[in-house]
Design a protein around this ligand. Structure first.
Ligand code: FMN
Length: 357
């Protein structure tokens, strides 16, 4: 199953059920255009059925860090077109992850004060509460970024509604304290963004196009994702699927763990039951073929690899051999450098404990 093709409801066909997870590598040029290093890193991983780009900001005021890929301006198009062409020629579905940092788009990076659902007086970044105009504007920016991804020739986009960035901040009971429609109904923003993205993509690619629109969520609190509730996330998943999401991507960080709210239940069983017909992707510490197959057994359709994909660029090809074992951390810088991980990305990876020897 794992290494056999998967057909999404849109008709898009992936050559296997293994995705390269979105991986920030901080290698884009100032201004957000794609660099050769980033192109080489993703091109080298085109054995994956789906190759997701790093988080790409849909607006200048949503950029989370220096070196982040941009998709908010036509100046980004040539680099994106080149990457989309490379991935599609290699038979991979290229997907751009669409991102806005919200409170985590620092003024030092964007030149403007960060904003989100509500003011966060305890946050040193001092984000302000969104005006109605901010919300309208960002919805349009997500939609135009999706149209730009389609125009560039990508197979799809993934809305980043996980990990405590803008869309996740609006979902959060602690970070969204608004008393208007965007706060009384905390999933309204991500649902509206999905609707407008779908409409923009339909206009760009035609009604019968196979272009994918996925949504990545954090089902429960983890790291910077805060104020989330498992049952709300299950409800959200149903709304997103009804709203036209082609796949739902659960960022679990550890696919072996049960949920925090119901410690005897695994998130995949719960989401599988909540959205029976939907395509489910899952990520978190998948290293071996057995790890990945265990996810499919639990109800996932697709397994996304982050760190294992950095270390093992040919994972989906090599995993066909039952005797093959992936290279595991700690890995040497040399190993990474010979696998199209450029020095700048190697440096960033030093921040991940235990990853580099
Ligand atoms: C270097 C690095 C960069 C990441 N960048 C992103 C990102 O841009 N967007 C995102 O949604 N997740 C990002 N993640 C999370 C991964 O997509 C993935 O969910 C996480 O690493 C768990 O999977 P893994 O154990 O296979 O690495 C990043 C993780 C790493 C290690």
């Amino acid at each position: 199953m794992l290494l056999s093709p998967f057909v999404f409801k849109s008709g898009a066909t992936a050559k296997n059920r293994v995705a390269l997870a979105p991986l920030t590598n901080k290698q884009s040029h100032a201004g957000g255009t794609l660099s050769d290093a980033e192109h080489a890193f993703l091109a080298r991983r085109s054995a994956f059925g789906v190759v997701t780009t790093c988080a790409a900001h849909v607006a200048a005021d949503g950029q989370g860090w220096p070196g982040e890929l941009g998709i908010h301006d036509d100046a980004h198009l040539p680099g994106l077109q080149r990457l989309a062409g490379t991935l599609s020629a290699a038979g991979a579905l290229g997907v751009v992850q669409l991102f806005h940092g919200g409170t985590r788009a620092p003024e030092a990076v964007t030149g403007s004060r960060p904003w989100s659902a509500s003011e966060q007086p305890e946050d040193p970044a001092q984000p302000r509460a969104a005006t109605e105009a901010d919300i309208e504007r960002v919805i349009g920016q997500f939609a135009r970024a999706a149209a730009r991804a389609a125009q560039a020739g990508f197979a799809g986009v993934e809305l980043h509604a996980a990990h405590g960035y803008l869309l996740s901040q609006f979902l959060s009971a602690t970070q969204n304290r608004r008393d208007d429609a965007w706060g009384r109904d905390r999933s309204l923003l991500v649902r509206t963004v999905l609707r407008e993205v779908r409409a923009a993509v339909r206009e760009a690619t035609g009604p019968s196009s196979a272009f994918l629109v996925g949504v990545r969520i954090s089902p429960e609190d983890f790291g910077q994702a805060r104020g989330l509730d498992l049952d709300e996330s299950l409800e959200l998943s149903q709304a997103l699927v009804e709203g036209g999401a082609d796949y739902l991507h659960l960022s679990l960080w550890d696919v072996t763990r049960n949920t925090a709210k119901r410690p005897t239940e695994h998130p995949l069983s719960l989401f599988r039951a909540a959205v029976p017909g939907a395509s489910l992707m899952v990520a978190g510490k998948v290293w071996t073929r057995a790890d990945a197959e265990a996810c499919l057994d639990r109800g996932a359709d697709f397994v996304a690899l982050g760190r294992a994909g950095i270390v093992n660029p040919d994972w989906p090809t090599l995993a066909a051999d039952p005797a093959w074992q992936p290279v595991m951390p700690p890995v040497t810088a040399e190993h990474l450098l010979t696998n199209a991980v450029a020095p700048g990305f190697v440096e960033y990876l030093r921040a991940f404990k235990g990853f580099l020897a």
